[in-house]
Design a protein around this ligand. Structure first.
Ligand SMILES: *Cc1c(COP(=O)(O)O)cnc(C)c1O
Length: 357
């Protein structure tokens, strides 16, 4: 042993991200538009009036109440953390230490990374070729899990809309999974819910073991604020809160998010614009001779190219930064592009149409 660190941590890879700068940044599914100036000014005013010498709420209670009001959810069923990424790890600690994490592949990298760091067994069920979820295979993967009736079997992670493909699974299939997954925590990661066709909120209201993850990093244009939350049954939230460090959400974060929630109009308007632009890019690429774009319910598009490295380099040479996805299972040749402003999307489309075949 070189340093006293658990093997599971020592042998885990770093989070796969290389910062690259480019004039047109379409690599992280952020909002291309910043939080509106007038709302920023309001946040700064409220932050200036706050008492910085005092600890904030124990569990961001004021913010939880504001989120609950916005979502029409029980305040006792809302848990806020500094980014929903944090919740991915905490939910494994809640229900899958020594147990299992079941998800699909391709998938969002953190489900597998956190499972590995925490020593949980990971099962990844391949998506079908059209990127749809094979629910029979997911249900089959749950079998033979729970050795002890008094310990949970583990956590199931499903992003909906799916990242990084943009596909969206039907709610009736999720309902069936919810019915057949007792003993498991079923977590539906709704990071991109605003850009899709409806949330699983009704499902989560009816099943105490279903948890929704939400974030302010995408549709709300607040990736820099680092705030996300879980919506769950009161019973699950009460236990999950024990794992969140006390006083974790700062006064600055809380004021910022409350201003956003009081003024959601900008977000709804931008989402409509992003969806229109997403459909415009999809149509514009439909006649591309070698690039194939997948239908998307997110603020991004997955595109299969003959060679992801070549496509990435070509776009970057033209000032456009995208994300390679070709190391994922089943996504050979794929890149992912965030839907940006109209001008950014035009720059992307010009470069795409000039790409080497
Ligand atoms: C962006 C994203 C998140 C959000 O993470 P934050 O920590 O809240 O920024 C969560 N899940 C998926 C699948 C995402 O793409």
């Amino acid at each position: 042993m070189q340093i006293p660190v658990r093997h599971a941590v020592f042998s885990s890879p770093d989070y796969p991200f290389d910062p690259v700068s480019a004039p047109v940044k379409l690599d992280q599914n952020e909002s291309s538009e910043d939080f509106p100036d007038d709302l920023k000014a309001l946040v700064l005013k409220r932050v200036a009036a706050a008492e910085w010498n005092r600890y904030p709420d124990l569990h961001a209670d004021t913010l939880c109440a504001a989120i609950a009001g916005f979502e029409q959810w029980s305040p006792s069923g809302v848990v806020v953390t500094t980014g929903s990424n944090v919740l991915i790890s905490l939910l494994i600690q809640l229900s899958a230490l020594g147990g299992r994490v079941v998800t699909v592949k391709s998938n969002f990298a953190l489900y597998g990374l956190d499972a590995q760091l925490l020593g949980s067994r990971l099962s990844e069920v391949p998506l079908r070729e059209d990127h749809s979820v094979d629910f029979d295979a997911v249900i089959a993967a749950l079998e033979g899990a729970s050795a002890h009736a008094d310990e949970p079997a583990g956590v199931i992670y499903l992003p909906r809309p799916h990242a990084p493909t943009g596909s969206q699974c039907p709610l009736d299939a999720l309902e069936r999974l919810a019915q057949l997954s007792r003993g498991w925590l079923l977590v539906i990661d709704e990071a991109y819910v605003h850009f899709g066709e409806g949330s699983a909120a009704e499902l989560a209201r009816r099943h105490a073991h279903v948890v929704l993850l939400r974030t302010f990093s995408k549709a709300w244009g607040l990736a820099g604020a680092r705030v996300g939350y879980a919506l769950s049954s009161d019973a699950v939230a009460r236990q999950l809160r024990k794992l969140v460090p006390p006083f974790a959400v700062s006064v600055m974060q809380s004021e910022c998010i409350r201003v956003a929630l009081e003024n959601p109009g900008y977000m709804h308007e931008r989402v409509q614009g992003i969806v229109r632009e997403r459909d415009r890019i999809t149509r514009a690429l439909s006649d591309h001779t070698t690039w194939k774009v997948s239908p998307s319910s997110g603020n991004f598009l997955l595109i299969r190219t003959p060679d992801a490295q070549q496509a990435f380099d070509h776009l970057l040479t033209n000032g456009v930064l995208v994300r390679r996805q070709d190391r994922h299972f089943g996504l050979e040749g794929c890149i992912r592009v965030t839907v940006g402003t109209r001008a950014e999307n035009d720059a992307f489309l010009r470069a795409a149409h000039a790409a080497p075949r």
